[in-house]
Design a protein around this ligand. Structure first.
Ligand code: NAP
Length: 248
């Protein structure tokens, strides 16, 4: 038990996949959770119900985290609904894959907006609240694509690599205020995002993974909960691959 008792968390993109697993794991460890989503209100409401069934408080909050004003309002609403903000997980993300020579400007712009600028948007608003509390945990969900690059993902890899630079700068700026900022970099995880991979390609990927399997969303959630806990009090600016050994 990591004990996040009495803590309040905001998880972006928590209606599905990895974000959902993170929200549930933080609640299992004792936190109250704001469940952000973009469009899928029904799925977010379901996650809220599951958290409440664990005996924790939860709210579903729609916001496009790539939008600066909506991100600031999201943090404000979280604090007014749950009382404080101790843990922020910047998890929301999208892909718009295409080979570089075919990639449209709009694909580049939208992925950088949702996958990178969002962490600046929500992180800045949350850091202000956490600095006042002189305590906080920010965990950004990057990807091994940001460490290794990936064919067809120039936009996504750039955004996910950018998250690492953002994290390290924020970690240095906020360390004196009692706020840690870290990155988890998942490998291939079974969610809607990877469901579109053709089976032969998925099999090729699997063969490259030393542990021989795709990750489960829960594999990522456990590491995030650890980074959010007191057990990780002396870790900041770290990049933690959670990828079955793929990126080593
Ligand atoms: P997913 O199943 O596609 O879920 C994406 C989540 O992000 C949904 O909750 C979605 O909300 C939300 N979202 C999308 N755009 C948003 C926006 N503009 N504002 C707020 N929320 C938004 O994705 P996933 O596989 O769980 O991925 C979660 C994170 O892990 C992403 O950052 C992804 O890049 C990263 N990651 C995933 C993998 C993988 O293999 N799956 C690997 C490495 C890293 P709605 O339900 O409302 O659409």
């Amino acid at each position: 038990m990591l004990t996040l008792e009495g803590k309040t968390a905001l998880v972006t993109g928590a209606s599905r996949g990895i974000g959902r697993a993170i929200a549930l794991e933080l609640a299992r460890q004792g936190a109250d959770v704001a469940v952000n989503y973009a469009r899928n209100a029904e799925a977010a409401t379901q996650v809220v119900a599951e958290i409440e069934a664990l005996g924790r408080r939860a709210v579903a909050l729609p916001a496009d985290v790539g939008d600066f004003a909506q991100a600031a309002a999201l943090v404000e609403t979280t604090v007014s609904a749950l009382g404080r903000l101790d843990i922020l997980v910047n998890n929301a993300g999208i892909v718009r894959d295409a080979l570089l020579l075919r990639m449209q400007e709009a694909d580049w712009d939208e992925v950088l907006r949702v996958d990178l600028k969002s962490a600046f948007n929500v992180g800045k608003a949350a850091a202000r609240v956490m600095a006042r509390q002189r305590a906080g945990r920010i965990i950004n969900v990057s990807s091994i694509s940001g460490l290794m690059g990936q064919v067809g993902q120039a936009n996504y890899s750039a955004a996910k690599a950018g998250l690492i630079g953002l994290t390290k700068s924020m970690a240095r700026e906020l360390a004196g205020r009692g706020i840690t900022v870290n990155v988890v970099a998942p490998g291939f995880v079974t969610t809607d995002m990877t469901a579109a991979l053709p089976e032969d390609l998925a099999e090729k990927m699997r063969m490259l993974i030393p542990m021989g399997r795709f990750g489960a969303a829960e594999d990522i959630a456990g590491v995030v909960a650890f980074l959010a806990s007191d057990a990780a009090a002396y870790i900041t600016g770290a990049v933690v691959p959670v990828d079955g050994g793929l990126s080593m």
